[in-house]
Design a protein around this ligand. Sequence first.
Ligand SMILES: Nc1ncnc2c1ncn2[C@@H]1O[C@H](COP(=O)(O)OP(=O)(O)OP(=O)(O)O)[C@@H](O)[C@H]1O
Ligand SMILES: [Mg+2]
Length: 485
Amino acid sequence: MSVGAHAVTTSIIPQWDRKLLFEILDNINDVVLVIDLDTTIVYANEAYAKILGVPVAKVLGRRLDTIEPDSKTITALRTGKVSNNGKDYLDSLNIDVVGSSFPLYDGKNIIGAVSIFKNITEVVQLNRELQITKGVADYLKEQLEQWEHLPLSFKEYVGQNSRLKETLILAAKVARTDSTVLILGESGVGKEVLARAVHNSSRRQNKPMIKVNCAAIPEALLESELFGYEEGAFTGAKKGGKLGKFELAHSGTIFLDEIGDMSLNMQAKLLRVLQEKEFERVGGTKTVKVDIRVIAATNRDLNDMIEKETFRRDLYYRLNIVPLQLTPLRERKDDLLALAKTFQDKFAREVGHELTLSPQVVRLLQAYDWPGNIRELQNVIEHASIVCMNGFIEIHHLPAYIIPIHEDKQRKMDNPYDVKEIVSKVEKELILSALATYNNNRTNALKALGISRRAFYNKLHRYGIEVWGGDIMESTTSLPIKVIG
Ligand SMILES: Nc1ncnc2c1ncn2[C@@H]1O[C@H](COP(=O)(O)OP(=O)(O)OP(=O)(O)O)[C@@H](O)[C@H]1O
Ligand SMILES: [Mg+2]
């Protein structure tokens, strides 16, 4: 067999028309490849070099079964089958091709095979990119449609942040079911608002949503608060007994807020209700059955609590069917101005005139960390709306604790090195910040500050801080903290 630039076995192509044939083949824009019986490449046209980027001389005489053992050319040779417009991937060159392969016969015996193909790598690549783009477009379209069709209560939820949107879309989906929902997120991030949105969009929307603040009810009372009691169950029990929150929530939703603060003993009792949807009243023997949807919320790290054995793993699995995680405000600053505007409008209605934020205030609000999240922002705007006289909110109208020392021109100091005075100022600001963060919940604030109850109250007195509202205060419509002096 002779192997040259346009080598071909004489047995396959007769001598007399070789020249003409080569000319024809070299002018074809597709690759033409001919192998003989032992898969040796005996012919490749010029398009081979152009399209595949490999000089013809480099491949002539090489065995295709060592280069591309799974190619359709070899299949045609081995099986005698013709493949038309078949796609193939050439591993050795990392390209996609499409074309035809067929065996060559010498009378009745196969003596070789031919492949004629195009390089379609670019097309395949474009097609892949198109598929991905289409997939992403479908996903975004679906998200957009879901967003546009969110029940009204979700739409009213201020926020455009992408992580928040994902959470709201999931919340809207789960709202339509009866599944247990677990809302997770820091204090003041909007867990209760979300719980209400879920309930208001559920089939139970016209039934009550009953809230139980598991942290606020003393352990001894929680059981009767949840399950109710029978007449004479304990001294001081009401005549005729009392319905518990679970019974009140029958056919509606029960919102178990601050679930992470429930004692292990109560967790065990709760687990049974969640599993069986039935319980007994305190002092009673009759089993009460209820049809309820459970929404639970907490700002605690339940996984960490499970590790420390302060939260039951089995209860966690019961609750964690659809977890909804709310992003802290500092991680969705893109929503800050929209939220601030909502509260500006809200308090503008209350004070009876428009409220405008100075550019410096906007910058400060954007830069601040918001440990108390949306509630803290709401409190800050409320504070400023009352303190400013003409509706134009400037830095000195904001609560002192959020103003960085260098921006606070009001904070005069006779001696800037007076350690005692500086420490007092910082201490006072930290207390105010903790109170704002914990919605005036003094117990949580003093825990966060890491000081004793006694020291805490002494300091409140010393700095003239009066806290309005008790530990279980739910909302603040008036100024939450009054600082005297
Ligand atoms: N997306 C929102 N749009 C408008 N106001 C909001 C939004 N989220 C929360 N708020 C307001 O912020 C305050 C705090 O919200 P919420 O009580 O739901 O927080 P929370 O996560 O339950 O806090 P905590 O853990 O302290 O109980 C409420 O006054 C609520 O009206
Ligand atoms: Mg709450």
